[in-house]
Design a protein around this ligand. Sequence first.
Ligand code: FEO
Length: 169
Amino acid sequence: MLNPKIEGAFNAQINAELYSSYLYLSMSAYFESKSLPGMAHWMRLQAQEEAGHAMKMFDFVNERNGRVLLKAVDAPATEWASPLAVFEVVYEHECKVTGLINDLTSLALEEKDHAAGIFLQWFVTEQVEEEANALAIVDKLKLVGDQGVPLYMLDKELGQRTVSPAAAE
Ligand code: FEO
């Protein structure tokens, strides 16, 4: 049984994960419009991963006999100044999500909900990877600048992203 505080916090995090998915899907559409199919592909997989995060929480709340209540998902931005600007937003957004996951984990501990605490450890670890992945691409884009050929090569590299085994769980 989930206590109402934990249940409400999980519902808020489900909304945040769905917003992340929507944001990355919007970024995928942006890259499609800029003829950068590799980056569009990377973002599309990222959007799927975020929807997967929401579903992990959805299933956890139900398993604990809680009630999932879905709220409106905010509209994401649709335009950015450059590929670098997009990935800088991704990095900032992931840092923000890390804060939300940490707050949720702290609440689980305060409320002595150890099952929730253990469940959230997966997300704590995932956020380390999410931040690192975004920052690595920011760094590469800073090196590339607005040079056409290196940008084309980086787009090709990002287009090779595959679904991570953890995301497919
Ligand atoms: Fe669901 Fe990118 O964290």
